[in-house]
Design a protein around this ligand. Structure first.
Ligand code: 0WD
Ligand code: CA
Length: 380
């Protein structure tokens, strides 16, 4: 039906295939009914300031100011003189989420640690961005991934490891690519205000260390998930629905001039946009379409619940159910494989386009990512 990609509340657990050493990513295998994906609930939030310091509050929340439909925003403005770029060679792994968990243990353990054999009442802890990569895997033809998994007190922690190819790409970006990465942040500055009674400040500094992150809990089939994702801004109307329904995701994209460009936008870009926002229950994406010179020539709102209808006329297009069923089966695969419960053991899941998912196990190795302070805090 048309609504099979909507959030569901009833239970219908699929049967796992037999235990196996690899997992296929072929699309046909995941064309079944849409799995149960419960409406995500925001259980907290945190902020990272201009120096990347963690705060257990919403101080970095910003407010969406609807721009003109044809605004002529110059995204190149300030790239040379008003841009402070986060050092993306620093790997933060799950650290910010773990800090949030330590500060909010009672919120995710309603029964109390003493009543539960687990430290946490969830199966998986990860970043939203890692789950987005899983959702889009059956359709990805360019970039593989490496996901490190540690089982600790019954909970599976999933943290990305940069692939060799991704590192080479990061270290060899062209000047043009570096500047284009700035354009998305500049669009945020044109459309976001720091509070409900102020206006955006396009003359200010863009600092990509700053972030506001939501922490949500939900369930995919029998997998209880706790994940965090960066949120660009919220509806400024105080009567707007509660988070995450009031959140707005901002994007920039090349302007669409030909039928071929429109088709590619539907087939590739809308898949990534849908997956990223569907996961935390963010209902809309506001897109700034820019020309070759980095000027936003039009602005359009996409409602996540309508994206699957928009793409229906594309030949051989992506399907939300394939994305969700693959993610679900990957998480089941992780549960079967990752049997040793220890912060010093990492199972490394590896995938390259047109291949199956494989894994290897590592002890006391370079891949360990749960910090000592976290292990100590959760063991006492
Ligand atoms: O170190 C790492 N490997 C990662 C760190 C990978 C992914 C995320 N992070 C951390 C950062 O602390 C960041 O603040 O996660 C936060 C964002 O997490 P997410 O929401 O799970 O990531 P994702 O959905 O991939 O990206 C959301 C936004 C991006 O916006 P667009 O519109 O371009 O999708 O977060 C930003 C970016 O603005 N972003 C990042 N910010 C800092 N470090 C990173 C990153 N590695 N990746 C995306
Ligand atoms: Ca964004």
């Amino acid at each position: 039906t048309n609504t099979q990609h909507q959030y569901r509340s009833e239970s219908s657990l699929g049967q796992n295939p037999l235990s196996c050493r690899t997992l296929s990513t072929r699309r046909e295998l995941y064309e079944r009914d849409f799995p149960v994906y419960k409406q995500p609930v925001e259980v907290g939030c945190f902020s990272l300031d201009s120096e990347r310091r963690f705060f257990n509050d919403s101080r970095q929340m910003r407010y969406y100011m609807e721009p003109d439909r044809n605004p002529n925003f110059n995204l190149r403005d300030g790239y040379r003189d008003r841009f402070i770029k986060r050092d993306d060679s620093v790997k933060e792994r799950l650290d910010h989420i773990l800090r949030w968990i330590v500060a909010n243990k009672s919120k995710i353990n309603p029964t109390g640690a003493a009543a539960s054999p687990r430290a946490l009442d969830v199966d998986f802890v990860t970043w939203r961005g890692h789950l987005t990569k899983l959702l889009t895997t059956p359709y990805e033809t360019r970039e593989g991934w490496l996901l490190a998994v540690t089982r600790f007190r019954g909970t599976f922690y999933i943290s990305e490891v940069e692939t060799e190819a991704a590192r080479r790409e990061r270290e060899n970006r062209t000047e043009r690519h570096e500047e284009m990465m700035y354009w998305g942040y500049k669009f945020e500055q044109y459309t976001c205000a720091d509070n409900t009674h102020s206006l955006p400040d396009p003359g200010g500094v863009v600092n990509t260390n700053e972030a506001f992150c939501t922490v949500v809990q939900t369930r995919l089939a029998d997998h209880r998930l706790l994940f965090s994702g960066e949120v660009d801004c919220r509806d400024k109307d105080p009567k707007a629905p509660a988070a995450p329904a009031c959140y707005v995701e901002l994007k920039t994209s090349a302007e669409i001039c030909t039928p071929k460009q429109r088709s590619n936008f539907h087939r590739f870009k809308l898949l990534k946009w849908w997956a990223q926002s569907f996961l935390p229950g963010v209902p809309r994406v506001v897109a700034g379409f820019r020309d070759q010179e980095g000027v936003v020539v039009s602005v359009e709102t996409f409602h996540i619940s309508k994206i699957s209808h928009l793409i229906k006329n594309e030949y051989n297009c992506w399907k939300p159910t394939v994305c969700m069923n693959f993610c679900c089966d990957f998480l089941s695969f992780v549960k079967r494989v990752v049997t040793e419960d220890s912060p010093r053991v990492v199972y490394l899941f590896s995938w390259d386009p047109y291949k199956d998912v494989t894994y290897s196990a590592h002890r006391d190795a370079q891949y360990c990512f749960l910090p000592h302070w976290y292990v100590e805090e959760m063991t006492r």
